[in-house]
Design a protein around this ligand. Structure first.
Ligand code: HEC
Length: 162
């Protein structure tokens, strides 16, 4: 019975979704606690993994400790390519503030998004919701893998990793 309901909801949201109606969030059971933030998304578009996003990064090695050299590279690149739209606080500028961003998303999601920006905005429900608020589509910044990894490390530093 529940399954049937979920299926109907999924079918329904596909139609709504294509018109950008991200408020229409189906209520579905989800027992993986870590996926709870993204549970609506995975049910809406089963081919898209909202934890990992879409792109070439399937696993990013992250140590518990900060890599200061990497973070420094990231800080430099972010200063050039990102700071025009993102603050390091929770304040929105053109895009959302970066405070807590490394806790909100898995490293794979962030690395995939910042290197494969267009496809992720098209597919990721959270990004589409942000797009509705920000009214600007984040442009692809042509980052190298090294830049992207550095920026992720810089985000961790900003979120208090030492
Ligand atoms: C022209 C403005 C602009 C620039 C430049 C920009 N962004 Fe964004 N960014 C946005 C917007 C707007 C969003 C919200 C999603 C959307 O509307 O596309 C966003 C969303 C994000 C998010 C998701 C935030 C969250 O809280 O979930 C990350 C991560 C991000 N950007 C990283 C970057 C990085 C890294 C760079 C630089 C390499 C960058 N952005 C450059 C505008 C920008």
């Amino acid at each position: 019975m529940k399954k049937l309901f979920v299926l109907i909801v999924i079918a329904g949201t596909f139609f709504v979704y294509s018109c950008g109606g991200s408020e229409n969030k189906p209520v579905v059971a989800e027992n993986d606690a870590t996926a709870s933030q993204n549970s609506e998304a995975s049910k809406e578009n089963p081919a898209y993994d909202p934890e990992r996003g879409k792109g070439k990064f399937t696993h990013v090695d992250v140590s518990d400790k900060l890599d200061p050299a990497m973070a420094k590279t990231g800080e430099k690149v972010a200063g050039l390519k990102c700071s025009g739209c993102h603050r390091m606080t929770d304040e929105k500028l053109v895009g959302p503030g970066w405070k807590g961003v490394s806790e909100r998303h898995k490293p794979e999601w962030i690395m995939n998004f910042i290197t494969n920006t267009d496809e992720m905005i098209d597919k990721d429900p959270k990004l589409q919701a942000q797009l509705e608020l920000c009214l600007v589509r984040m442009p692809n910044q042509s980052l190298t893998d090294e830049d992207a990894r550095g920026i992720y490390e810089f985000m961790r530093k900003n979120d208090g990793v030492k």
